[in-house]
Each structure stands twice: as structure tokens, then as C-alpha cells.
Design a protein around this ligand. Sequence first.
Ligand SMILES: [Zn+2]
Length: 407
Amino acid sequence: MRASAPSSRAPLPKSPASTPHPRTAWCAAGRTRKRKARWASPSCGTPPPAWAPAATGAWGTGWRTPSSPACRWRWRRPDRSRAGRGARPAWNVRYVGRFAPSPTGPLHAGSLVAALASWLDARAAGGRWLVRIEDIDPPRCPAGATERILRQLAACQLLPDEPPLLQSQRDAHYQQALDDLVARGLVYPCACTRRDIDAALAARGLVHQRHVERPYPGTCRAGLNGGTPRAWRLRAEEYQSNQPSAGVNERPDAMFLITNAGVRWHDRRLGAQFQDVAAQVGDFVLRRADGLWSYQLAVVVDDAAQGITHVVRGEDLVDNTPRQILLQAALALPTPRYLHTPLVRGSDGEKLSKQHGAPAIDETRPLDALAAAARVLALPAAPPDATPAQALALWARAWGETYNRAP
Ligand SMILES: [Zn+2]
């Protein structure tokens, strides 16, 4: 028998996006007149789940996921026939980007690269740029860190178009996403400790290596065997193996593709990417043993809730992307486009991070901090007497020529 669902909360109010609009001549096939983009509108298809208030969200490409309510939609390339060469494709007006720092400390040189890149990508596309504070792990977030990050961004003239979204206030939304998956039998409780997982892997001759994901051996997939449930895991292996095999419904222009072999996707900087999620990660955690939400679940729910169409973030998160694409499909949520920026490394070759004691950027000298980030992104040098706003305008033009030409 399936485990009982975790406590559910009162349903959230329905979002405007889930209210179907009247059918018109422009809307015969589930698309609105406004959208000439590859993204199809959800507004006259099956409404999105009420807990996904994706008022500005881009929905589509559900043809890869037979269980998705979006499966009737096809994507379309931007209509450039009238726009002319070099003109901004229509999809750009639907651009919503974001910067999503964890407030485990102030911004450092590495996190400013991701902030600057995501801001430039949004501005170069004429889109909106949002900030989300990923404070789902309160013990790791010192008091005042969020305010410091927002002050640092403001000093650098990286100003969000909406008030920041705080993940610490989004518990009910994550719970509803989990409840949805529980109701559909796509998750199961897990009693394993890290030691149990290592022991099960060692029994198969696999030794855990640093910086390498521990693939979950599937111990609790068929039941807890008397163990106490600690975490909730997605049935990623089963979900992946139920997808069509490669070659079925395959389109060469697909930005992502889920088959029973794994997740293939396109990164705007790194190119073609692939991960066999079932083999390399296994059934991954959505709610942790300590009761906290996993990064994967919170990001996927919030990217949809904020209507994010383009994710620009550090390359350290590149191997998380296939998990998120799989989870988006399982939750019938849209998949944004991805661009992963180069990492800033310390003298020891390790990624610059708060854990490694990276110094905070100096918000009294914003141009210096921005110029260092721009160098990492291979952007041209700004004149030394430029203001941050002038430098940002220069880099936004350069960025647009590099990354915003193609859809
Ligand atoms: Zn387990």
C-alpha cells in the first residue's frame, strides 16, 4: 500500500494564468495571438495546477511527456520573416530572468558573475529580471545576509523589477507540489541515512568519491522494511524508464528531450548536454530527512511561480539541470532555457564560495567589482571614468551580440 500523503494545506488561490480565455480566431490550436514564440500558451489548454501561479510563465514542449497536460502543444520558432535580420525575435518580450542567491553570506566575486550575467541577459533581451532569495536552509543563513546581498546588488545598479521572493515564505507551495506527486505515486518515503546509502553502494562495489553524486541505490523504492520514513524521493528511475526511447518524437531543434536513456538538453554557452539521471543520480530527494525542502523542488516550483523563461547561473549547477528538467516534466511545469556561466576559482583551483571563505565584494567600489565580473564573462573593459550604469549599458550591448542573437 502506498504511504499516506504528508499533511496537506488549504488550497492556494487560483492564479490568473489558470483561467482560460475565450477562444478566438487566433487561438484555434491552444496558442494566443501574442505568442509567436516557440512557447505555447497554457491559457486555452489544460489549466496549470493551481499552486503554480505562472501568470507570466512560458509553457510548452509537453509533447515529450505523455503524462503532461501540455502534450498537445508544439513549439514554434520565432517568426523572423517580418522582423528582418538582426531584429529582436518576438519571444524576447516574454523574457523573465532571475538571480537566486542563497544568503549564506554576502555576495562574493563568484556570485556577482552569476548576478551580472543574468541581469545582462535579461536587459539585452528587453526582458524582466527578478531576484529570489533561496533561504530554505535557515541554519546556514546568518542574520542580515539577505539585506547585505540586496544592498550589494543595489550598489552595483542591479535592481530587480519586482520585490525579491523569499523561499522561506513558500513552504505551502512546496508542500502542494509534493502532495501532488504523492497523490500520483511519483514519490516515496525513504528511511536511509547517508551511511546506509554508502553501505548499499559499497555492497555493489561502488565507493563514494568527493564532488561526485551518490546515486541512490533504490533501497526504499518498494517499501520501508520497517524503517522510519525520513525523506521523500522522486521515482526518477521509473519516471525516466517510462519515457519514450530515443528517436521517438525526437526533434532536432529540441532544447531538451527526456527519453528512457536520460535527459538531453542544450545549454546556451556549453552546448549539448546529457545526463542519465536514473543511473548517475537515481531517485533524488525532494524533502530532506531534516524536514527541509530540497534545492531541486524549491527551484522548480519557484521558477514556474515566477514565470522564469531563462535561467542564467553558475556552472557548478550544470549537473543539477537534468534533475530539474525531469521534475518540471513530472509536475507538468514549463522548462526554461539555461545558460551556465564560468566559475571563478580561487588560487587552490576550487570554486570560489562562501564555504571557502571568499571575501565579500566591496559595495563602496561597485565598478571594480562589476569590472572583475565582466572580465570573467569575457566582456570588453569599461572606461575607467564610467559610472556603473554606463558600464552596464556597454556590457548589455556586448552581451546581446554574444548570447541573444539566436533564440
Ligand atoms: Zn531509502
